[in-house]
Design a protein around this ligand. Structure first.
Ligand SMILES: *Cc1c(COP(=O)(O)O)cnc(C)c1O
Length: 390
């Protein structure tokens, strides 16, 4: 009885046509995968560099498990910090060129832990309208006033900064690469405005870690802005192929986060397998920039192929390439047809993107072969004709 509302809410989801069973992956994550029993070219994972199933990461995870166990059974601040946790943080700080770094359990917990340490009551957060859900939740937890500026609109950001000069602290926060459109934040302007108006600058590089910058250091390196952005959040869960989030910033802020970042204080630390595999991924990114070059080569080839077929790829500047269909049902049907033709590319509709902007989102990886990309483009052409948009 008390839970009657659940069935009603589920009926409502079904009525809207958005209730979906989870798709099941019955192979390892990779450029080709078995999804719901069908072998397809996979264009929907965040495994940009093909590291999720890399033998070197797996070996590191197995060896760490053998030596250090399956779990840590403690939070970092009690007895859940092993030397390898500190090693990963040192390696990431060096990789990012910052004084220090602290790792959280995920990118999501990183944002929800860090933002409330930076600002609170009496402060204001100025946030890009298309920022990720974990940023939005982190902002809510912070209890600061939240203001939004239209996506990438630097005039509006400056206006907000002018209007908020009486607040105690101000935090400007943006995704580095936006997950639904694949466009890049105007970081040079954001850095300049934050400096001019004495605001804290914060970039979430979840989709830029392992993607932007020569070795995948992220959006700050991409623009040559080292030392000019106060807080860089990254993830170990996407291109890095494992799991985790991190903040690369000043020694002082890391020390404060270790005392105040609630997920760090109250949720168990990463198992040895996760930490060791992430360290191995950093080794690979440092030693093999050609992986990132291959990712970009594949992204360019695929994007140009889609455009040549006549698809609308929106504002994408990165390996995230949307194919914008418009109408919600048509986008879902397009995704279904692609699947029939051997390609998995997730359909995305309102509320994740605006109404009338429904799309399938593609992410190629460094691990896709030329053959994979050619076959995928062929499937896009067939599916486009099948639903009558080409
Ligand atoms: C994916 C994503 C996250 C969450 O990262 P996880 O490590 O998967 O928790 C956070 N921020 C942005 C911008 C993301 O795209």
């Amino acid at each position: 009885m008390a839970l009657d509302f659940v069935a009603q809410e589920i009926d409502e989801l079904k009525r809207q046509g958005v209730f979906r069973p989870l798709r099941v992956l019955s192979s390892a994550q990779g450029p080709r995968a078995v999804i719901d029993g069908k072998s397809v070219i996979n264009l929907s994972s965040n495994d940009y560099l093909g590291l999720a199933n890399d033998p070197r990461l797996k070996d590191a995870a197995v060896a760490a498990t053998e030596k250090w166990g399956a779990g840590t059974a403690a939070v970092r601040t009690i007895i859940g910090t092993m030397e390898m946790h500190l090693e990963l943080e040192r390696r990431l700080a060096k990789f990012k060129g910052t004084e220090a770094c602290v790792v959280f359990q995920s990118g999501f917990t990183c944002n929800s832990g860090v933002i409330p340490v930076l600002v609170g009551e009496g402060d204001v957060i100025i946030s890009d309208a298309l920022n990720h859900a974990s940023i939005i939740d982190g902002c809510r937890l912070a209890r600061a006033e939240i203001r939004r500026y239209a996506h990438k609109d630097m005039g509006e950001l400056e206006q907000q900064l002018r209007d908020t000069q009486n607040y105690r602290r101000r935090l400007v926060i943006t995704d580095g690469v936006f997950s639904m459109d694949g466009d890049i934040a105007p970081l040079p302007e954001i850095a300049r405005l934050c400096k001019q108006y004495d605001a804290i600058s914060y970039v979430d590089d979840a989709h830029s870690s392992g993607v932007l910058g020569t070795n995948g250091q992220g959006s700050v390196h991409h623009f040559g802005l080292q030392g000019q952005i106060d807080v860089q959040v990254g993830t170990l869960s996407k291109a890095v192929g494992v799991l985790g989030g991190y903040v690369a910033t000043s020694r002082g802020l890391v020390d404060l986060l270790i005392h105040r970042g609630r997920p760090f204080l109250f949720s168990t630390s990463h198992p040895p397998a996760v930490t060791a595999a992430a360290i191995e991924a950093v080794n690979i990114m440092e030693q093999e920039p050609e992986l990132i070059a291959r990712l970009w080569q594949n992204a360019r080839t695929f994007k140009e192929g889609l455009k040549a077929l006549g698809f609308d790829t929106g504002k994408s500047e990165t390996p995230i390439t949307p194919v914008i269909i418009g109408e919600e049902r048509a986008a879902m049907e397009f995704s279904d047809r692609l699947f029939e033709f051997g390609v998995f590319a997730q359909g995305i509709a309102f509320p994740t993107v605006s109404r009338g902007q429904a799309r399938v989102r593609t992410i190629v990886s460094a691990a896709h072969s030329k053959d994979d990309l050619d076959q995928a483009l062929d499937a896009f052409a067939k599916a486009g004709h099948a639903i009558g948009i080409l």
